[in-house]
Design a protein around this ligand. Structure first.
Ligand code: MG
Length: 250
């Protein structure tokens, strides 16, 4: 069962989305060469509580921090620590909050200083893959067309999509039905309806789609240690089509 949100639910999620967007924008502006990922987490924690929200990831199945900071070959679930960002790195930030009982989830990958052209392409392809997925969020379209659009676009650009982690429904819980893989065949699964809200989140690798989990039990890294990129928005399907609830500008 895919939960459908009422107008009131959507109004609350819009508020939550505006809050997380504001927080992410502030964090993104703070990011630069020479700061540690731990400092990013401290800022994220401060900003989340200042907005009277709660972190959605900290404590989730024991995850230790408010934000995920995944650098270069790290795909998702990078844990902030003393590591310093350096020129040429790419940094994926993933943040979820709970605002008055409503969850929203967003991720962005940022360049640190000047990055090489392969990484630039990886970032632009992943950002575009997210918008290709969002475009499929139309009433009475098949759920799997989101997955298909993302995979099809990414693979035509010569990159691969991660299989082990997927997008998801979101609302009163961080993870609701359905799962939204970044791969799949077209025209399958349930039909999309007004009131559905999804966290769509392509994770795109420069090389192989295969991954490994580091000894911390959390952090996923590419098996070939080539870079990986992650963009995510929380998106509602309304009478006007897809509405991005977590939009922010850098
Ligand atoms: Mg998510």
């Amino acid at each position: 069962m895919i939960p459908l949100k009422s107008e009131r639910d959507l109004a609350m999620m819009r508020q939550a989305g505006r809050i997380i967007a504001k927080i992410m924008q502030k964090i993104a502006r703070f990011i630069r060469e020479g700061i540690s990922t731990e400092e990013i987490n401290r800022l994220a924690e401060e900003l989340v509580y200042k907005e009277n929200a709660l972190p959605a990831f900290k404590g989730y199945k024991g995850f230790p921090t408010v934000i995920c900071t995944s650098v270069n070959e790290e795909i998702v679930h990078g844990i902030p620590d003393k590591r310093l960002l350096k020129d040429g790195d790419i940094l994926s930030l993933d943040l979820g909050i709970n605002y008055q009982g409503y969850f929203v989830d967003v991720a962005v990958t940022l360049p640190i200083g000047e990055i090489e052209s392969g990484k630039k392409k990886l970032l632009s392809v992943t950002r575009r893959a997210l918008s290709e997925g969002i475009k499929q969020m139309r009433e009475n379209n098949y759920l799997s067309n989101i997955s298909y659009a993302i995979q099809n676009y990414v693979e035509r650009q010569g990159f691969s999509v991660v299989r082990q982690f997927v997008g998801h429904g979101i609302g009163r819980a961080l993870h609701e039905e359905p799962q939204i893989p970044n791969f799949g065949r077209p025209n399958e699964g349930p039909l999309l309806k007004r009131g559905m809200v999804f966290a769509i989140e392509p994770m795109v690798n420069m090389g192989t789609w295969e991954l490994e989990i580091l000894d911390n039990g959390w952090t996923a890294v590419t098996k070939d240690r080539l870079p990986s990129c992650h963009f995510e928005h929380t998106v509602a399907l309304t009478e006007k089509g897809p509405e991005i609830l977590t939009q922010f500008f850098l």
